[in-house]
Design a protein around this ligand. Structure first.
Ligand code: PNS
Length: 194
């Protein structure tokens, strides 16, 4: 029997409990599931593609048949490159349907051999979206029941840094943010070199 590989593409900015619910469902019906993070969305993401990938890798570590990858450009071309025969998408409410139908039909036009499979997350996640999670986090609301603990922590760190800078704190050099233990003198030297 043919093994079916599927991709679950999305922005995942940030990944939520709803995404994880769908990944779990997908992992049960597909032989292989690749969670594919879009690298170059039109809008400016809150998290870098590397951060989103790391969060998803941690969230899916217990699923043997789930991997995480990133992609740019047309989703159907990426799907063909990795040998996927299906695209998994979640539908939470009727309001998702129109957009998802349009995208699925356009993707079918572009690549007739690729099937879009829709799954519904648990009802308790039907009102959950990354956009709302970002908004609630930025306004200081409780996000712990909406995203996995690791994502909640990352969101708090991100929002905290943003608040400190908007309050007038000087923004450190990018390399000092990436490696917080770097010595100030090292940072200065690097800055002068560039
Ligand atoms: O989580 P999102 O933002 O709803 O995911 C949307 C996504 C990434 C699946 C969609 O925007 C996409 O596939 N983008 C890649 C570019 C592409 O193929 N566009 C044509 C879609 S018909």
């Amino acid at each position: 029997m043919k093994r079916v590989k599927a991709i679950y593409p999305g922005s995942f900015d940030p990944p939520t409990n709803g995404h994880l619910d769908l990944i779990e469902r997908g992992s049960k019906i597909f032989d292989e599931l690749v969670v594919a993070v879009l690298g170059n969305p039109e809008k400016q993401p809150l998290f870098s593609v590397a951060d989103r990938r790391k969060m998803l890798e941690a969230m899916t570590a217990d699923y043997d048949n789930v991997t995480v990858d990133t992609f740019d450009g047309l989703m159907v071309e990426y799907a063909m490159r990795v040998g996927a025969r299906a695209v998994l998408r979640g539908i939470r409410a009727i309001s998702d349907y129109e957009y998802e139908l349009q995208m699925a039909l356009m993707n079918r036009k572009l690549q007739p051999g690729l099937e879009t499979v829709f799954m519904m997350p648990a009802e308790k996640y039907s009102y959950l979206s990354s956009r709302l999670v970002r908004e609630i986090a930025q306004l200081g609301g409780a996000i712990d029941c909406l995203v996995p603990p690791l994502v909640a922590q990352k969101l708090r760190e991100k929002i905290d840094v943003a608040h400190r800078f908007s309050a007038g704190e000087e923004r450190p050099a990018p390399e000092a943010v990436a490696t917080p233990r770097v010595k100030a003198s090292t940072t200065k030297t690097r800055k002068r070199k560039s």
